[in-house]
Design a protein around this ligand. Structure first.
Ligand SMILES: [Zn+2]
Length: 156
């Protein structure tokens, strides 16, 4: 297990298992969906994550082109488009869990701002995506992107 210090967290990562996981997946959630909002995400993908986050993903073994989930949220009056999404890695972490349970059924997420356009947090989870039962960590993010593809496709 590799220990990675990041901000106030310590990530304990099985890099090899994480890399194997991403190697199995052929594409990201945005490609699987294929709607115009997702096409815009793909057009922005290399800028969707700050440089230090891309470096963090690389050290964890995450292929940033293969997000497990991405959702369009909304746009603001400055034509900035908000998306959220998530990645997973095999391992665990020490530090704040971003998932705050409100009551039995609902929860919220408290994310840390990395810059003006990007927020993220970590939460412990178990997924049945994995062949064997392993502890996994969800990396949840919100990113703010311009509309890069044909303006006519922006129906938001
Ligand atoms: Zn979509």
């Amino acid at each position: 297990m590799k220990h990675i210090k990041f901000k106030d967290w310590t990530l304990i990562v099985d890099v090899e298992a994480t890399q194997q996981l991403y190697a199995k997946w052929t594409e990201g959630s945005a490609e699987r969906c294929g709607c115009d909002n997702c096409k815009n995400f793909i057009a922005n993908r290399s800028n969707a994550y700050p440089n230090d986050i891309q470096a963090l993903f690389a050290s964890i073994g995450i292929d940033y082109r293969k997000e497990l989930d991405v959702n369009y949220i909304s746009k603001n009056s400055c034509h900035q488009h908000f998306y959220d999404g998530s990645f997973y890695f095999v391992g665990s972490f020490i530090g704040k869990d971003c998932r705050i349970q409100l009551d039995k059924e609902s929860y919220t997420r408290e994310l840390q701002a990395i810059n003006d356009n990007f927020k993220m947090g970590f939460c412990s989870t178990k997924l049945d995506l994995f062949d064997s039962v392993q502890n996994t960590v969800e990396i949840f993010f919100i990113t703010v992107l311009p509309w890069k593809i044909d303006k006519c496709l922006d129906i938001n």
